[in-house]
Design a protein around this ligand. Structure first.
Ligand code: ADP
Ligand code: MG
Length: 307
């Protein structure tokens, strides 16, 4: 069980990113996390991964406070391009963390090959990451995390740069692995349909400083099907609800202005006004990207997945 209480974080001298966030995730749960861009989703995952020391608050995993990277954790970073070792083949990248599992070389290779097959990259094992497209590299990071069979898997917008068909296949793969291996998964996504399709529960964060804005159970049949599940009235209802909550908590750059009461409130909010302008948004994106870079590197050296 993961228990987060009063999680608060500000990057040095900056405004708060997380503000007293409370969240509990049961063992074996698949939790989708959505929220406006820049609200602190990646920061939340970095705190859980022990890569960012929060300003205050408590993070407890299986009754132990999180200090540093927890055992038995795998992370699929948003910036996949920096999470693979360029000097190792694709297969060796996937096989490397399995050393921690005490597997023989032959077992590691077989498990890596199987994971690569599951993401449709059975022929790429001997290539190097830099010989693959961005979407393929992302699938390698996913294969590496899945092959490790962690008890806790954190995925930060893991399907961001794959095509629609592959994305659906990967969603179904995560659902299958989740069911077979009974791991706890936290998946951050900006795709509202995906959050409902894949989740046992959807948590919506509000605009920075973030807290849990809404926590919605997904009461859909456990066996999900890309066509049938998405056509269910319950699915359509829930995705509309999540969409409304995400938009209600933020002004999304480029989105049509919200209407009604909430819209007036938002336009009057100086923070929202600033964020809606081109320049501050561009700055935030640059900052965020810089952080991805450094965390990607930290993950490589410090995370249990890679070392
Ligand atoms: N290392 C950092 N230093 C300062 N500000 C940061 C850093 N990393 C992220 N931020 C800022 O924190 C906020 C939340 O970022 P992030 O957690 O990446 O949001 P999300 O993943 O929801 O898009 C953003 O305003 C971002 O610019
Ligand atoms: Mg992010």
């Amino acid at each position: 069980m993961l228990e987060i209480t009063g999680l608060t974080h500000s990057y040095s001298g900056d405004h708060g990113v997380l503000d007293g966030l409370d969240l509990t995730v049961a063992d074996g749960e698949l939790l989708s996390i959505v929220g406006p861009s820049g609200c602190g989703k990646s920061t939340l995952l970095r705190c859980i991964a022990g890569l960012v020391q929060p300003t205050s608050g408590k993070l407890v995993l299986n009754d132990k406070p999180i200090n540093g990277v927890p055992d038995d954790l795998a992370v699929v970073f948003q910036d996949y391009s920096r999470s693979l070792f360029p000097w190792l083949t694709v297969r060796d990248n996937v096989a490397l963390p399995l050393r921690r599992r005490g597997k023989s070389r032959a077992e590691r290779r077989a498990a890596a090959q199987e994971a690569l097959e599951s993401v449709g990259l059975e022929d790429a094992g001997k290539k190097y990451p830099w010989q693959l497209s961005g979407g393929m590299q992302q699938r390698v990071s996913i294969a590496r995390a899945l092959a490790y069979r962690p008890s806790l898997l954190l995925m930060d917008e893991p399907f961001g740069s794959v095509d629609a068909q592959t994305r659906e296949d990967l969603e179904d793969l995560v659902l299958k692995v989740h069911r077979d291996a009974k791991m706890t998964i936290l998946l951050v996504t900006h795709d509202i349909d995906e959050s409902v399709y894949i989740g046992d529960r959807v948590v919506v964060l509000n605009r920075s400083p973030a807290r849990v804005h809404a926590d919605l159970p997904v009461d859909l049949p456990l066996d999900r099907d890309q066509i049938e599940t998405r056509a269910l009235p319950d699915f359509i209802h829930l995705r509309a609800e999540v969409g409304r909550l995400v938009r209600g908590g933020a002004t999304i750059p480029g989105a049509a202005p919200a209407t009604g009461k909430g819209a007036d409130k938002e336009t009057d909010d100086p923070v929202t006004k600033a964020e809606a302008g081109d320049e501050p948004v561009a700055k935030a994106a640059v900052k965020s990207k810089g952080e991805e870079t450094s965390v990607g590197a930290a993950g490589k050296d410090g995370s249990k997945t890679d070392s």
